[in-house]
Design a protein. Structure first.
Lengths: 175, 225
C-alpha cells in the first residue's frame, strides 16, 4: 500500500474523483459488463496508488494518458482471464534483438516525424502502451510489469519488438 | 553494439518520446468516451473507501511503531549511559571486549601531561615527594615555577632562578633561621605550618616552599645536582 502519507492520499483522492468515471467507460468499452468494469476500475486504482509519484496533476493530458493505459490494460487482462484466453506471457517469445547494423542510416536520416506517429498509430496497443509507459512516463521495466500484470522479461521483449515493428513500418513507408 | 549503433538507437529513441506523446493525444481525441457520470454501486464505494482507510490505518500503525521504536532506543541509550557510569559495571564489560585487564577506566578528559620546561630540566630536583605530582609548570625569562600537589590537597612549590636573582619572600611573623638541610646551607622561614627554604646551588637560586616536613625537604635538596 503506497498511500502512506496525507499528501499522497490527497493526490490519490483527487485522481479518483476526477477520473473514476472516465476509467469506468474505458473499462466498460472492453468488458461490456458494469460490475466487472467497476472491479477493473478498483484494480486500476490499486496499481495507480503504487506509482503516484510519477503522475503530475498539473499535466492533465499526461495523467489522463497514463490512466487510460492502465485502465485499458487492466480491462484487457480481466477480459482474457474471464474468457480463459491464452496469456500474452505465452505469446511473448524472446524476440531477436534489433540488429542496429541492419538499420540503414537513411531510415533515421530521412526520418519523417509524421510517418513515425502514423507507424505508432498502426502498432497493436500492447506494444504502443508499453512504449508509452517506458518513454513518456519513464517507468522501469519492473514498474511496467507491475502495472501491466506482466513479467520484466515480457516487458523487455515487447519494447524490443515494438521498436522493430516501427522500423519495419518506416521501411515500408520509404518504399 | 558499436558506437554508431548506439548513436542510431539514441536518435531513434529521442524521436520516439515526442512522437508517442503526440500520437496518444491524437488517439485520445478520437476516443469516444461518454462524459456522463456512472452511478457506481455501493459495494464499489465501500471497496474504494476501504482502500483509503486501510492506508490511513497503516500510516497510524507505522507512526505508532516509529514512536515506540524511538522510545525504546532512547531508553536503551539512557540505560547504557547510566550503566557505564558505574565503574563496577563498566570495568568488567570493558575488560570483556578489550581482552585486557583494567581495574579503572576513566572516561574523563584526557589528562594533560605537565613537564618541566626543557631549559630548567637540569636544575629541577630529581626527587618528588611520595604522593605528590607536578601539576603546574611556568617558565619566565628569569625563572621557572613548579608546583606539586598531593591527592589530599597538600602542596609544595619550587622556584628556580638561573641567574640567581634573589626574590624577596614574605618573612613577616615567621621564624627565620640560617641552617643546614642535608648538605646545603639554607635560609629557612617557618610560618603557619609552612616552610620556605632559600639557597643557591652552582649559582642557581632556589626557593622551595610548602607544607612538607624537613625530612622530605632534605630529600628534595639532596636531589638537586
Amino acid at each position: 500500500m503506497m498511500l502512506f502519507n496525507t499528501e499522497k492520499r490527497a493526490k490519490f483522492k483527487n485522481l479518483y474523483e476526477t477520473y473514476r468515471d472516465y476509467m469506468y467507460w474505458i473499462s466498460y468499452d472492453i468488458i461490456k459488463n458494469e460490475q466487472d468494469a467497476e472491479d477493473c476500475v478498483h484494480n486500476s486504482f490499486i496499481k495507480v496508488s503504487k506509482i503516484l509519484d510519477k503522475l503530475d496533476l498539473q499535466k492533465p493530458d499526461g495523467t489522463k494518458m497514463f490512466l487510460t493505459i492502465i485502465a485499458r490494460n487492466t480491462a484487457i487482462d480481466f477480459y482474457r482471464k474471464k474468457k480463459k484466453m491464452q496469456d500474452w506471457e505465452e505469446i511473448d517469445k524472446v524476440e531477436d534483438i534489433i540488429d542496429w547494423k541492419q538499420v540503414e542510416e537513411n531510415i533515421i536520416d530521412q526520418y519523417n516525424y509524421q510517418r513515425l506517429i502514423k507507424a505508432i498509430d498502426n502498432l497493436p496497443e500492447k506494444f504502443s502502451d508499453v512504449l508509452r509507459l517506458r518513454y513518456i512516463f519513464e517507468l522501469s521495466a519492473k514498474q511496467i510489469a507491475v502495472q501491466l500484470s506482466s513479467s520484466e522479461t515480457s516487458v523487455y521483449s515487447r519494447i524490443c519488438r515494438a521498436k522493430q515493428l516501427l522500423l519495419e513500418e518506416l521501411e515500408k513507408e520509404k518504399d | 553494439m558499436s558506437v554508431s549503433d548506439d548513436i542510431k538507437e539514441q536518435k531513434f529513441d529521442a524521436m520516439l518520446k515526442p512522437a508517442l506523446y503526440e500520437q496518444m493525444i491524437q488517439e485520445m481525441e478520437r476516443q469516444e468516451v461518454p462524459e456522463e457520470k456512472h452511478p457506481f454501486s455501493k459495494s464499489f464505494d465501500r471497496k474504494m473507501n476501504r482502500l483509503i482507510r486501510k492506508a490511513e490505518a497503516e500510516e497510524n500503525r507505522y507512526r505508532s511503531v516509529k514512536a515506540w521504536a524511538a522510545v525504546i532506543v532512547a531508553a536503551v541509550v539512557a540505560l547504557g549511559v547510566l550503566t557505564m557510569s558505574v565503574e563496577a559495571i563498566r570495568v568488567p564489560i570493558w575488560n570483556l571486549f578489550m581482552g585486557e585487564e583494567y581495574s579503572v577506566i576513566d572516561f574523563g578528559r584526557k589528562k594533560e601531561v605537565i613537564e618541566i620546561p626543557e631549559a630548567y630540566e637540569a636544575y629541577a630536583p630529581g626527587y618528588v615527594v611520595t604522593g605528590y605530582e607536578l601539576v603546574y609548570a611556568y617558565e619566565d625569562t628569569e625563572n621557572c615555577f613548579l608546583q606539586y600537589n598531593s591527592v589530599d590537597g597538600q602542596e609544595y612549590a619550587i622556584t628556580i632562578y638561573k641567574e640567581n636573582t634573589r626574590t624577596a619572600f614574605d618573612t613577616e611573623a615567621g621564624e627565620i633561621s640560617e641552617t643546614r638541610i642535608g648538605e646545603r646551607d639554607v635560609l629557612m622561614v617557618e610560618k603557619d605550618g609552612r616552610i620556605w627554604v632559600n639557597f643557591t646551588a652552582q649559582n642557581v637560586g632556589y626557593i622551595i616552599e610548602g607544607s612538607v616536613d624537613l625530612t622530605e625537604m632534605e630529600k628534595i635538596l639532596n636531589s638537586i645536582e
